[in-house]
Design a protein around this ligand. Sequence first.
Ligand code: PNS
Length: 168
Amino acid sequence: MRTAVYPGSFDPITLGHVDVLRRAAGVFDRVVVAVLVNPRKAPVAEAEGRAAAIRETIAETLPELAGRIDVTTFDGLTVDACRALGARHVVRGLRAVSDFEAELQMAHMNHRLAPEIDTVFFMTALEYGYLSSSLVKEIARFGGDVSAMVPPGVAARLRASGPETPRL
Ligand code: PNS
């Protein structure tokens, strides 16, 4: 069975992440979404809350794939999470050329740390090329409408928490 880990901050999950997840599940037998416990910027929720939003999103928008997608949280190195989960592939999304440099560096570094692990990139659909979690957070913070950018449950929760400190 081919298992891939899709690591990230998912702060919060966007429709771009959902698109990459759908593509990854088309290639791998099992995909484990691994939510980083301590992302750099103030998160919209603790890792468990961000993971819960992803589980809800999968149930709502990818129900046919739900049996092959797991969601977990992790602290530490992505390659250690891969080894613990029995995965030999890391999945990452690429929106534009601007993502490439940092992603290439990370892929090489992960491969240096764990030569048995390869990174596989999926290009997000063009319509999500402009999306980022940090922009979603900023728009939500100023009371803007993010319903075209994130799954419905996430949009509802960000709206309900009110602007200034959007929370899941
Ligand atoms: O969604 P993000 O914030 O772009 O995800 C970045 C992530 C979580 C993939 C990256 O920061 C990461 O792998 N962090 C875990 C620590 C680690 O393994 N660092 C070395 C990467 S070369």
